[in-house]
Design a protein around this ligand. Sequence first.
Ligand code: GLY
Ligand code: MN
Ligand code: MN
Length: 441
Amino acid sequence: MSAGKIISEGYKNHVALLQKHWDNALQAEGYDAALIHAGSKLVSFLDDYEYPFRCNPHLLWWLPLTHHHDSALLIRPGERPKLFYYQPDDYWYSPPADPASWWADEFEVVPVRDANAWKQAGINERTAYIGDAPALAEAVNSSQLNPARLLNRIHLERTRKTDYEIVCMAEAARLGAVAHMAAEQAFREGMSEYDIHQRYCMSIKMVDAELPYGNIVALNEHGAILHYQQHEQQVPDQVRSFLIDAGATVHGYACDITRTYATETGEFSDLILAMDTMQQRLCAAVVEGLDYRDLHLRAHLDIAGILKDFDIIRPSAEDAVASGLSAVFYPHGLGHYLGLQTHDVAGLIADVDGTPIPRPEGHPFLRLTRTLEAGNVLTIEPGLYFIEPLLRKWRESGDVSAINWGKVEALAPYGGIRIEDDMVVTKGAPRNLTRDAFAAL
Ligand code: GLY
Ligand code: MN
Ligand code: MN
């Protein structure tokens, strides 16, 4: 069966479940209805050009309307959800196509020409309004706009993906894996970052604005800039290494994949292999009931062990973690929830009150502190980098003798290593969407 058919078959159950989640959440928080607004196009200052549109993820949870600004969905417990489908009579821009039956059949669809047609639903104080469209903020009472407890309830539900969502993400992983292969090939052919990026976009048939996040396409030392955003058009004199962190979306659902390559075998390629083996061990540990913070700390210990094995640092792995030395080389979190948002919601809260689950001390960038449950989708993305500002800081205020500076100098021109896969937590063995996608090519 085609991916499209599997997706559309799972969709009916997905919508039925969302109806239940929203009915329960509205009842628990004392609302009669919710109106979810897709969002409006924002225009740049003193101009009439618009920023790329990103649909409200709460609307995308219900509907695959990634490009549809100003549509809105009215949810009332016990009733078929009503979609105000914004389809302007326009000749400046092409209006949205007519609704497709695979999703439209689950809704009462009302095509509207007026961007404010959602107001026909009747503004009332027992309706919650979800979104950031300026028109919402102007029309409704601020206490009804994005009520925190209601959103926390929904965000916690969003952490457990439905079969439909997992199929979308598996398909995104497949597209991502194909494009990653094309990018690796472009790197092997000696192309610039810019040309590798173009090759990636051509392979996936998406323009930048459709990707879940800006592609990180980094040759050599650029790999040490965690969210490196340039696409350099010049090929460096000597190409040593390549780090690519690039995704794809299917009906708004993201994949988030990173791979690192070396041009030649040697110490850096050995380091990549060691990181890859370690990353796969971490992936295998993603089981229901695991406190993700523990896995993040284990990654620190493992990376410190690799640094020690390669004679890059001198203290034991335990001491390197305790002193903060491991964070000089690995300064980000192990991963995050993934879904409609690359950094998906509710990674740091315990309950509907939004009570924070604290990060381990000294780990300010960890984005996921929860205990894992079946249905969670998350990334595992350990890294090891030679980051000049962090090394300089250690040299100025840390134990200078803890680092083998000669080794650092030799490896810094390679930038760094990150390997990132997308994992589904199940009742049994975890599912690695990324490795499965690469293996199926
Ligand atoms: N691509 C962004 C991240 O890995 O979190
Ligand atoms: Mn990630
Ligand atoms: Mn990433």
